[in-house]
Design a protein around this ligand. Structure first.
Ligand code: UDP
Ligand code: MG
Length: 314
């Protein structure tokens, strides 16, 4: 019988975990004749009762495992830890807030069992429950990255997907420190079937991604999967050199023909500010890549584990 590992990153989710577990119990019960299950909860440095709840679940059910981090390392780190710890033949990552509908698991399982696909992924057709700015910036992000990255990023794609062991091993073979999963999933290839669903509001609690967290995550995605911004910086330099060259000719001719009463101070300041702005912007782009390279070369661990279910005393 195949085993499905369910990887669930949790950060301050004391209100959501019990409801999630109840829902999952229904679906695992329904599928129990066809497959076995294992839960791998990852406590991402929560400050509430998340860890205590996970300990309790692990004591009650030996199919529940958990990994608890020494501090908050972010959802990407949580997913990595879960994927590394998972022992199943099929592996899925799910949000604990029930925004990823558990009932889709059965269809996803059937898809992989058919042997035609290596992965069954989900994408939401709407962005219900997300604020106005988040919706707009998400739309921009996908349209920009779609143009500048060779790796395909599917708009609305969730991290909720069921993958074969082979695909997960391929993902884990990528040892990069700056992990942008949506890109990594797509980068490894394999046959993916997409299922659409309508996302609902969070079951309880609030989103753990505020605007800035999401914005820097978007920048991370761009830097990790495209070097086009660097080309853009270089291109900007070439265009400005060309404009400057034309301006020099115009000014020389103007001075020779009409003489040069001293003036043009305001326009000079405008041009100077404009150019320094562009220079700083381009230096910033280069700095962003340099910073990521710097972090990669340090080879720091992506996460640090403080406790797992194996540490539980009876
Ligand atoms: N999460 C996490 N670490 C973090 C932020 C979020 O493990 O630093 C988890 C969170 O507990 C949830 C999932 O990632 O299970 C998705 O988070 P959330 O629902 O807040 O994101 P949104 O749905 O708003 O994108
Ligand atoms: Mg959510």
């Amino acid at each position: 019988m195949k085993k499905i590992s369910i990887v669930v990153p949790c950060y301050n989710e004391e209100d959501s975990i019990p409801a999630f577990y109840e829902e999952m119990k229904k679906i695992t019960f329904k599928m129990q004749d066809r497959c076995d299950f294992e839960f791998v909860f990852v406590n991402d440095g929560s400050k509430d009762k998340t860890l205590e709840i996970l300990r309790k679940l692990a004591r009650m059910n030996d199919k529940v495992r958990y990994i608890s981090f020494s501090r908050n390392f972010g959802k990407e780190a949580g997913m990595l830890a879960g994927l590394e710890a998972a022992t199943g033949d099929y592996i899925t990552t799910m949000d604990v807030d029930l925004q990823d509908p558990p009932e889709l698991l059965e269809e996803m399982f059937d898809t992989l069992e058919s042997g035609e696909y290596d992965c069954c992924a989900t994408k939401s057709t709407n962005r219900k429950g997300y604020g106005f700015f988040r919706k707009i910036f998400t739309k921009w992000f996908y349209s920009i990255i779609g143009k500048i990255s060779k790796t395909e990023m599917v708009p609305g794609a969730r991290d909720f997907r069921l993958m074969t062991r082979q695909m997960v091993d391929a993902i884990l073979s990528m040892k990069e420190y700056n992990r942008y999963s949506k890109g990594l999933f797509s980068f490894v290839g394999f046959n993916t079937k997409w299922i659409d669903f309508e996302i609902t509001d969070r079951h309880a609690g609030v989103s753990k991604f505020n605007f800035w967290k999401l914005f820097s995550y978007a920048i991370e995605g761009i830097v990790a999967f495209s070097t086009t911004p660097l080309v853009f910086a270089a291109l900007m330099g070439v265009i400005l050199c060309f404009l400057a060259f034309i301006m020099i000719i115009v000014i020389v001719v103007k001075t020779l023909v009409w003489g040069d009463p001293v003036g043009g101070w305001p326009s000079m300041i405008c041009i100077m500010s404009f150019l320094s702005g562009i220079q700083l912007f381009c230096t910033g782009i280069i700095g962003e890549y340099l910073a990521k390279t710097y972090l990669e070369t340090k080879h720091r661990p992506v996460y640090i584990v403080k406790e797992t279910e194996k540490d539980l005393k009876d």
